[in-house]
Ligand binder design. Structure first.
Ligand code: SF4
Ligand code: SF4
Length: 201
């Protein structure tokens, strides 16, 4: 486990970030976090994270926006909800992780070529555009935008999936996709807090 212990500077805080995250649906209870660490102890993936879930909660509350959005933790979160179930303050940690992922994608602040955010971004683009996911095309986009060599490494498996009908090259889409678009357009977007997005090597 590699836990980052770095000095925090007042200048790195982005005022309003915590408030903005807590204003999102399901994230409002974050303010009652008592830093007990139950979430970190429960999380099956915390040993692989650069910041434990407890640390992420603390960093969000303290407005360390860039550190949170740059963290691999939010992408390693498998949405198992174990932390949320165990939290003594009923904080919906998994929903907060989702909100942070969305914000990181929106601002383009995530580890470049790290496959998980690329997959999330491409999945959401495809779902929005066609109303359905065509796995073959999604996987191809993922490889091309994260690690194109993986495309060649996995060709045997891809061929097998195509042969058995598990994958199809035909693009799937719903009828009247514009109605989906209209529905999604009614969801209000959270206002962005002012900060300079950083590209992460
Ligand atoms: S379990 Fe809940 S109260 Fe405890 S540190 Fe995690 S988020 Fe905070
Ligand atoms: S939802 Fe995410 S942060 Fe919470 S226990 Fe599961 S993997 Fe860990």
């Amino acid at each position: 486990m590699h836990i980052q212990r770095t000095i925090k500077y007042e200048a790195d805080r982005v005022r309003g970030f915590a408030e903005e995250i807590m204003s999102l649906a399901g994230c409002d209870r974050l303010k009652s976090c008592i830093q007990c660490g139950t979430c970190s102890g429960t999380c099956p993936l915390s040993i692989y994270m650069d910041h434990t879930p407890r640390q992420i909660m603390a960093l969000v509350r303290a407005d360390f926006k860039n550190e949170v959005l740059r963290s691999r933790t939010i992408w390693l979160c498998a949405s198992c909800y174990a932390c949320t179930v165990e939290c003594p303050r009923q904080i919906r940690i998994t929903d907060i992780m989702y909100a942070l992922k969305q914000r990181a994608i929106q601002e383009g602040v995530y580890p470049r070529r790290f496959p998980i955010p690329v997959l999330a971004r491409e999945f959401s683009k495809m779902a929005r555009r066609y109303g359905r996911i065509t796995e073959t095309l999604l996987v191809m986009r993922l490889f091309l935008k994260s690690d194109w060599r993986a495309l060649f490494r996995s060709w045997r498996m891809g061929l097998g999936l195509l042969r058995t009908g598990r994958f199809s090259l035909r693009r799937e889409r719903i009828r009247r996709v514009q109605e989906l678009d209209q529905m999604l357009a009614t969801i209000p977007e959270a206002p962005a807090t002012p900060s300079t997005p950083r590209q992460i090597p």
